[in-house]
Design a protein around this ligand. Structure first.
Ligand SMILES: *Cc1c(COP(=O)(O)O)cnc(C)c1O
Length: 446
């Protein structure tokens, strides 16, 4: 599928940005030239996927497409029990309805924002146990998504075990910069979890990209295929939530998968209330077909290599010019270190948001803030939470843009880099929602 994109003038963008309250989520997509807001649901489906869509079975119960998707999940990830949901956060909502209670704590590696939202919404607490190397953008650790086992042990020493329903591992670690978790680390977490008798949940949106990094960076796995690595990874998980809009390369969809029939029964109740009957869970039959094909295509080595090499193509140009980015370059996006880029802009004025707005004004490119606005307020004190890093994420949709588009993005950033000393002021909040404020926040210039 080829879609036209539209150039605009700086004057137009100034006007549109002001009307949008300096929030890139508020822009209509026809005002965006190159859209790197997210890699979620923005991929281009393949000929095989479009073909499969035509064979979708829309039966309410027991659809053939459900069984096709179930088989693909069994073949690739190894789980026997599955539950379709309309996307990743719906999987979290359904699963956490069964597992997370008020006062619980859920340790993991930089919980994704919706994951954290669903934990905090239930008056439970998410505790980040990511290794410290992840918070230094210059550190070249090959697996910056890893869980620090010592930090994990500390959580179990601090809180009563009955308050800890499970351990969550996000593969790849989105919030820390699309950074992978090593197979060695997954195994270490599983071993620890076994010793404390707790299940492990993989938040699996980018499991295939994680497997690619294991193959190219973890010596013991160099000769294994992506599929073999995926199977090894999932031997360390008791259950998974999946946003299929990422590595399953569909525009909408998600699922929960698990080994326990007992849990599946518990979760079924919530799926029926929130999502739909257990054999479609908010997905159309045709979308389940596309998802099954997408899981296969998304775990193909050549595809993964071309995708991740494109992200390196963009990141390496920025590195050449001295632009500070999270290193090593992540799996689905390039993350710019906004504090190092614009040190003169106070963090209270949302420095990563300031840089994201500048990039849009410069060339109509839409990235996203992964910083203080996203981190939200502390649920108790209501003060802004300053996360360890202020990042602008440039997420690359799958199979959509060429390296020429990447070059336009690189040059736009270089232009801002050259005049960075002229940017000294950021933004202040005019309106915000009580939870997940980044989607609807309205800002004005300081
Ligand atoms: C996208 C994402 C989710 C949520 O999935 P949606 O499909 O957007 O609801 C959860 N976890 C991670 C790591 C993600 O990247």
């Amino acid at each position: 599928m080829v879609e036209p994109i539209r150039l605009s003038t700086r004057e137009e963008r100034e006007k549109w940005m002001s009307e949008a309250g300096y929030n890139l989520f508020n822009l209509s997509s026809d005002k965006v030239y190159i859209d790197l807001l997210t890699d979620s649901g923005t991929g281009a489906m393949s000929d095989r996927q479009w073909g499969a869509i035509m064979t979708g079975d829309e039966s309410y119960a027991g659809s053939r497409s459900y069984y096709r998707m179930k088989q693909a999940i069994k073949d690739i990830l190894g789980f026997d029990y599955i539950m379709p949901t309309h996307q990743g956060r719906a999987a979290e909502n359904v699963l956490f309805s069964a597992l997370v209670k008020e006062g619980d704590v859920v340790p993991g590696n930089s919980h994704f924002d919706t994951t954290k939202g669903h934990i905090e919404f239930r008056k439970a607490k998410a505790i980040d146990c990511t290794i410290n190397e992840a918070f230094d953008t210059e550190d070249m650790h090959p697996f910056k998504g890893n869980v620090d086992i010592k930090k994990l042990e500390q959580v179990f020493e601090t809180y009563p075990h009955e308050k800890i329903p499970f351990i969550i591992i996000t593969v790849t670690n989105n919030t820390a910069g699309g950074q992978p978790v090593s197979l060695e680390n997954l195994r270490a977490v599983k071993e620890f979890a076994r010793s404390v008798n707790k299940p492990v949940l993989f938040d699996s949106a980018r499991f295939a990209e994680n497997a690619y990094f294991i193959k190219v960076r973890e010596n013991a796995c160099a000769e294994m295929s992506i599929r073999e690595i995926v199977r090894e990874m999932y031997k360390c998980a008791d259950m998974m939530t999946m946003s299929s809009k990422k590595d399953a390369i569909v525009n909408i969809g998600g699922f929960i998968a698990m080994n326990s029939e007992e849990l599946w029964k518990q979760v079924s109740v919530f799926n029926i209330i929130y999502e739909g009957y257990i054999t479609y869970g908010g997905m159309a039959g045709r979308d389940m077909e596309a998802l099954a094909v997408g899981l296969e295509e998304g775990t193909d080595f050549d595809y993964l290599k071309s995708r991740i090499t494109q992200i390196e193509h963009l990141g390496n140009q920025l590195i050449t010019w001295g632009i500070p980015i999270q290193k090593p370059i992540g799996g689905h996006a390039v993350f710019i270190d906004a504090v190092k880029f614009l040190p003169q802009v106070p963090r209270e004025q949302y420095v990563a948001q300031t840089l994201a707005v500048e990039l849009y004004l410069e060339a109509g490119i839409r990235g996203v803030e992964i910083g203080t606005i996203l981190a939200d307020r502390d649920p108790e004190t209501r003060a802004d939470r300053f996360p360890p890093l202020e990042l602008v994420r440039l997420a690359i949709p799958r199979r959509v843009y060429t390296n020429n588009h990447m070059d336009v993005v690189a040059v736009a950033l270089k232009n801002i880099w050259d005049r960075r000393n002229s940017i000294s002021k950021g933004y202040k909040i005019e309106y915000e929602a009580p939870i997940m404020r980044h989607f609807t926040v309205k800002l004005s210039k300081v």
